[in-house]
Design a protein around this ligand. Structure first.
Ligand SMILES: [Mn+2]
Length: 283
């Protein structure tokens, strides 16, 4: 019994306090897909906390789950951990993406303290207004940018509406959703162009709405930059690069490269364990 308590004490003493940010943005976790990095994600949630957490789409991969149920305990643990943060006072806002499009039917509702919204406007510590949106809505605009610019505003609105319906149609008939990361691996050169076009399209959308910038996901490519005076932030993904975006107390943004951070920390701890025990009292 005493021994048990001691172990518990040691375990809690070894648990680090999580780092507290003003805001955290995460997207493209793809829970339910075999590629999901649930353990690394749990590690991230254990070490990082925020007053407000935005889940910027593709949190659950409904497309993969349709093909076969894959929901191990670790994926459940991630959901539990997130709900726990909401219970403990964090504001958790869920903006669905194309892979978890089913959640778009629940916008305006709150589940276990998690608010589901179509998009959000985030105000930074220094008063800037940013559109928070997954970004898939703009795929069709990105791929037809020149034509749409030529045809004007109405064509742009039609294209965005058509994109949503097209995705629903593809889902209904079980046609696989176009996967950016799979395609990008095949066509590196075109992917580079696509990333640039996507970034510009999203920045243009923020400008169109008369706000300061945008926070999005979808293309699995993290970024914090300014495009023609508009703030462009992309959360990246938690499948391959395992990135997230943190907003500091002064309103500045930082990309957290968690795969790298966790690997470096683990290597350091292994190195410390490998050191011989100190012999301070030796005569
Ligand atoms: Mn997506």
């Amino acid at each position: 019994m005493v021994e048990q308590k001691l172990t518990n004490f040691r375990a809690s003493a070894a648990e680090p306090e999580p780092r507290l940010y003003r805001t955290l943005f995460l997207s493209d976790l793809h829970l339910g897909a075999r590629a999901a990095q649930a353990h690394l994600l749990l590690d991230f949630l254990k070490h990082n906390d925020a007053e407000t957490i935005y889940l910027v789409g593709d949190i659950v991969d409904g497309w993969k789950l349709r093909k076969g149920w894959h929901w191990p305990q670790a994926h459940n643990d991630v959901v539990q951990k997130m709900l726990r943060k909401a219970r403990k006072g964090a504001r958790v806002i869920y903006v669905p993406g194309n892979h978890d499009e089913f959640a778009r039917d629940y916008t305006g509702l709150t589940f276990g303290g998690v608010e589901v919204v179509d998009h959000a406007i985030h105000e930074t510590a220094d008063g800037k207004k940013l559109l928070v949106i997954h970004g898939d809505q703009f795929d069709i605009v990105v791929r037809n940018a020149r034509w749409l610019a030529f045809l004007g505003d109405w064509a742009y609105d039609v294209a965005i509406a058509a994109n949503t319906h097209l995705n629903r149609f593809r889902r209904l008939f079980g046609v696989g959703y176009w996967s950016f990361s799979a395609w990008a691996k095949l066509k590196v050169k075109e992917a580079v162009n696509f990333i640039g076009d996507f970034e510009e399209t999203l920045a243009a959308e923020a400008r169109r709405r008369g706000i300061d910038g945008v926070v999005c996901g979808h293309i699995h490519h993290a970024a914090v930059k300014t495009i023609d005076g508009v703030i462009y932030v992309n959360t990246g993904d938690f499948v391959e690069s395992c990135t997230a975006i943190a907003e500091h107390e002064d309103g500045t943004f930082e990309i957290l490269y968690w795969r790298k951070t966790a690997a470096e920390r683990d290597a350091e701890q292994t190195a410390i364990k490998a050191l011989p025990a100190p012999r301070a009292a030796a005569a």
